[in-house]
Design a protein around this ligand. Sequence first.
Ligand code: GDP
Ligand code: MN
Length: 384
Amino acid sequence: MKIHEYQAKEILRSFGVAVPNGRVAATPEEAGAIAQELGGRAVVKAQVHAGGRGKAGGVRVVSGPDEAAEFARGLLGGNLVTAQTGPQGVPVNTVLVEEPVDIAQELYLSVTVDGAAKAPVIIASAAGGMEIEEIAEHSPEKITQVHIDPLIGYQPFIGRRVAAALGLDAAQGRAFGALLGGLIRAFSEKDLSMIEINPLVVTGEGALLAADGKINTDENAHFRHRDLLDLRDAEQEDPLERVANERGVQYVKLDGDVGCMVNGAGLAMATMDVISQVGHAPANFLDVGGGGSEEQVAEAFKIIVSDPDVKKVLINVFGGILRCDVVANGIVSAYREVDVKAPIIVRMTGTNADEGAEILNSSGILVAVAADLNDAAAKVAEIG
Ligand code: GDP
Ligand code: MN
């Protein structure tokens, strides 16, 4: 789950990471008042679950309370479109107003999990700031990665190694080691999946300050971090993903036009490959799970067909604990409840596949039952 910058900074501060003074505001007047408290000059930053705000006009250094209020008025209540959002952007309901930072250098620092290495990894670069994606693509040698052995944990030598790669002097290196230690403690104690500080600022006086902060939490660990649950801002999330989440369906919206419903993540990946092989692109990843119910299948079906980008639907089910007749009944009942315009292609195999096909064929709803996965792929290419 993503959280806002101001929430991330509160977590970072509680682990001893230095962040600029400031507060969040929901109205232009509040933004002006906070700027006043901070001494006039301030940085006003749109709070959205997306990066790329700087380039999209979502961050401004203002000279006084009036300009802070005016800039906040322009942002609040609107949508911010950045390189990391869709074309509609995401709503701006709050802005963070902070003391301006005197920037001598912008560093990049993040911690995430490297699945292939089965270990947390620290990623750092002296070339921080807004162009980090380009650096990663064109000058990967400017980026340092150091893994943390999960059995041994963070050790001071790791901090010294990263500090050396960043070209910090001895005094800064010590401060950096302490900051990185705090970051890794936050990462592991809060079960986070990512912390990214870009930029980590070296100030004119040589101090280190986290001028930005992005945190992703691990939803599978929320049961032991109830405090993190309170940080959810559902308005920032894709509306269909939100509904799916509430109904216990694994759903991720994608760019293509073929909606798909599958049981099991591996089969979902294979189905998306098959769709790509016939020249189409999946509109979503959707896994009803190995033990789904008729109701869950029906809910999943409704979520798929309510997406205006979906022009065809491919349902690919391997009946096991979730039987094919249960899936078929779920499809039929959902189909009758909602207005379905997209052609539906179903491939079923495994437990009660014949019963499932019989239910679909005798239901009177418009579905094409495919003989196998190749036939399903051919039908995706032909129909519609
Ligand atoms: P992002 O673009 O969404 O990652 O937002 P950031 O918080 O990283 O802000 C974008 C850029 O704004 C940073 O790279 C800085 O160059 C600039 N910026 C952010 N905070 C300050 C500040 O306090 N003072 C100054 N001068 N620039 C800032
Ligand atoms: Mn940033």
